[in-house]
Ligand binder design. Structure first.
Ligand SMILES: Nc1ncnc2c1ncn2[C@@H]1O[C@H](COP(=O)(O)OP(=O)(O)O)[C@@H](O)[C@H]1O
Ligand SMILES: [Mg+2]
Length: 471
């Protein structure tokens, strides 16, 4: 495989997405409801409930099953993002139009509203109402997914839809799917390692596959020792993930305070995670400002507590980082983006806001991978973080960066503290590739000395092309 082909290697969660209905395993009960429902549509009999709500934990095949059905039944899949169904007018315009659309080349249309529980109870109430007007009238099947369908804001919707439960995948199924990937990749995997990954995934196949790929690409082998080392890291972030969720989505000050007080993380870690994620999670500038302001006061308290031994101040610290951040949100909702790894160096080094860079990267990858940018953010970027930050050999990360045409800012964002190491690796690979080839500008062709530029020329072996030339 050429360097380039390898660099373009797909994330395995996409590469091994089920293509056929049969490839979606361990969801027989759900299929028993869903398949006849689709057949009814195809036979021109509209089911009494014109929408389905598939619910269950993440990474168990909800989205994959609908995609597989669309391809097997020859349906055009119209997949909408959370941003499309928040405002009433957007729902009417986008979902409403899709609901009446006729397929041009396919047998039918299916509308997928993924992760509907992301709809905020108050702010997006209009979107929900509009959706409920569309469902009874739709000419095309509508399928929604949710992790938690019991949220209060979804109550009126629940009456309009057929609810279909998805289960966590069993350990045996996860192990055998991981094994299949190992076989397909020609990768030797210790069975015990696969079992370990499967256990830690808690029934979430997406995270299990991501762990497997991180080990395989980062270390070239999948052993129980490596699995223990790497997959433990995720457990820690699961604890952090819970704390962050409890802060960002807190309804009451006390729930946020309890979350930070009970966290096992140290204050600095908590503060830097909050610091990095506030701009991602809060959509309104005023909310972001208040939350960051509260955090900065927390850091003042923390340094006083530490340097002057005023430990009584710590109770204020918890108030500022828990309820202070939670209650800062007055105007907007909470974005459904995933959390980023904090990195103060990254923040200082970058001129553009990390958010902007991330959005642009996600959009570009989305086009490249034929996925939505929210899928990229949820499923690909976290995985890139692991490769860029955890893999001992920077070469894989460098190849991915080249393949995805990532620029310096993007590499820094993803690689954090390791960015200079990875940028060097990129430089090295590109130099190795370009060495025998004439440069496109034609200015530094060996032997073709340009008059007056002699001083800047170096001998080929010392010739060090600046990174900027490659981006
Ligand atoms: N039941 C399943 N059978 C086969 N693969 C699955 C199953 N569930 C999840 N996967 C794998 O995990 C990834 C994520 O699945 P997805 O359908 O997006 O999960 P969900 O929508 O339930 O969060 C998919 O790319 C697929 O490879
Ligand atoms: Mg999904």
């Amino acid at each position: 495989m050429s360097v380039q082909a390898r660099a373009r290697r797909l994330p395995w969660v996409i590469k091994y997405r089920p293509r056929r209905i049969d490839d979606v395993v361990d969801q027989e009960r759900a299929k028993k409801v869903i398949l006849p429902w689709f057949r009814a549509w195809l036979e021109g009999r509209k089911p009494s409930k014109r929408a389905l709500l598939l619910y269950g934990p993440p990474g168990v095949g909800k989205t994959s099953l609908i995609e597989a059905i669309a391809s097997e039944y020859d349906l055009q899949l119209i997949e909408l993002n959370a941003s499309d169904y928040r405002k009433a007018e957007d729902v009417r315009r986008v979902v409403g139009a899709a609901a009446k659309k006729r397929p041009l080349f396919k047998r039918g249309i299916v509308i997928l509203l993924d992760e509907i529980d992301g709809i905020a109870p108050k702010e997006d109430a209009g979107g929900l109402t509009a959706l409920m007007e569309i469902i009874p009238e739709t000419e095309n099947p509508i399928v929604m997914t949710a992790n938690d369908p019991w949220k209060e804001q979804l109550r009126p919707l629940r009456n309009l839809v057929e609810m279909v439960q998805f289960n966590s995948l069993s350990l045996t199924h996860i192990v055998s799917l991981l094994q299949r990937i190992c076989d397909a990749e020609g990768l030797e995997c210790e069975r015990e390692a696969l079992r370990f990954i499967a256990e830690k995934s808690m029934g979430d196949l997406r995270s299990a596959i991501n762990d497997l790929q991180a080990l395989a690409e980062g270390y070239g082998r999948v052993t129980i020792g490596l699995a223990r080392a790497i997959v433990r890291g995720r457990e820690k972030s699961i604890d952090l993930w819970r704390v962050l969720n409890q802060v960002f989505y807190a309804k009451y000050a006390w729930t946020a305070k309890r979350a930070v007080t009970n966290s096992e993380e140290d204050y600095e870690t908590l503060i830097s995670w909050l610091n990095d994620n506030i701009p991602r999670k809060y959509s309104e500038p005023g909310d972001v400002f208040r939350a960051l302001d509260s955090l900065s006061r927390a850091t003042v308290f923390l340094s006083r507590a530490k340097f002057k031994g005023h430990w009584a101040l710590l109770s204020y610290l918890f108030d500022l980082i828990g309820p202070g951040v939670a209650m800062a949100r007055k105007e907007g909702g909470v974005e459904k983006t995933s959390y980023s790894y904090p990195d103060r160096i990254k923040l200082m080094a970058m001129t553009k806001s990390s958010r902007e860079i991330r959005e642009r990267l996600a959009l570009r990858l989305a086009r490249r991978l034929h996925a939505s940018s929210s899928t990229v953010k949820r499923e690909i970027l976290p995985f890139l973080y692991v490769i860029f930050r955890e893999a001992p050999d920077p070469t894989t990360a460098a190849r991915l960066a080249i393949g995805y045409e990532m620029n310096k800012d993007e590499v820094s964002l993803i690689a954090g503290k390791r960015s200079s190491e990875i940028l060097r690796a990129i430089d090295k690979i590109k130099r190795a590739r370009l060495e025998p080839v004439t440069e496109t500008t034609g200015k530094s062709r060996p032997g073709v000395e340009k008059p007056g530029k002699g001083k800047r020329r170096a001998k080929p072996e010392e010739k060090r092309r600046g990174l900027d030339a490659f981006f």
